[in-house]
Design a binder for this molecule. Sequence first.
Ligand SMILES: Cc1cc2nc3c(=O)[nH]c(=O)nc-3n(C[C@H](O)[C@H](O)[C@H](O)COP(=O)(O)OP(=O)(O)OC[C@H]3O[C@@H](n4cnc5c(N)ncnc54)[C@H](O)[C@@H]3O)c2cc1C
Length: 283
Amino acid sequence: MTQMTEPSPVTEIQAARATPALPDAQTVTEVQHYTDRLFRFRCTRPQSLRFRSGEFVMIGLMGDNGKPLLRAYSIASPSWDDELEFYSIKVPDGPLTSKLQHIAAGDQIILRPKPVGTLVHDALLPGKRIWFFATGTGFAPFASLLRDPETYEKFDEVVITHTCREVAELTYGAELIESIRTDELLQELIGADHLAKLKYYPTTTREQSPKMGRITTLIETGELFEDLGVPPLDPDTDRAMICGSLGFNIDVKALLEQAGLREGANSEPREFVVEKAFVGDGI
Ligand SMILES: Cc1cc2nc3c(=O)[nH]c(=O)nc-3n(C[C@H](O)[C@H](O)[C@H](O)COP(=O)(O)OP(=O)(O)OC[C@H]3O[C@@H](n4cnc5c(N)ncnc54)[C@H](O)[C@@H]3O)c2cc1C
């Protein structure tokens, strides 16, 4: 008969190899679902992670093959926040999001702490009015920038447009704007006197809502400017950031260039910057 013994160091090493610790692991602290296609979650923030509001990182889960399955995600929380927030799509057969949509508080995700991106204040020249143009989850980097005091310190007016197919898809953005307007902590951080600068312009393209239409059409017809009571785009005063599907980005970019604004970058700040919210087709 074999005698039971204390596990040898070799056995411990083998056990450790069988259940490897997640690299760059962060713990999920909160999950909120909006529709069958959209959810938001928060997780712990690595102490060493410094980022500029508007940047993105690679996050993911361990794949079935034992290798990290990572995707680009805009950080939706501002740079002063102790935790990180992400706003995510759920693609039914998407390699990552078919799994990520099932995460719960206490679960771990992988986060590579190397933030990058063009939707940052450093890539824009000073101006009077900043426009954030978003579709779908393209709202995420602006959820960060809209909660950053720097946005309001740098501009007299801050306009966020968010276009989705259906009304429920606007909920994350609408609740975020509401929290900026009513949450005492956010007001204290941003400065209550700065809140009057914020203008929120949600539109839908499919489901009936108070404001319907693609933002490109509303720019072309001038309805956007009439509704907000602001003059049309002007390179002397207006700055912009665009984040949506590839088609949306191309169309908005063309309209901004038509108005005389030029695309900038971290290395060469100008009047507007663009970033893909994802690769593929959108609204
Ligand atoms: C710079 C950058 C920042 C990004 N930030 C975010 C973010 O903050 N939130 C987020 O949800 N995704 C974001 N994405 C997309 C993200 O990287 C993944 O594509 C997404 O999480 C789906 O992963 P997946 O493996 O399930 O499917 P994938 O194989 O990556 O995608 C499958 C298909 O789903 C569609 N799709 C992917 N992402 C989206 C989306 N966000 N909205 C609508 N359709 C989509 C595309 O048509 C794509 O071909 C970003 C992408 C880039 C390039």
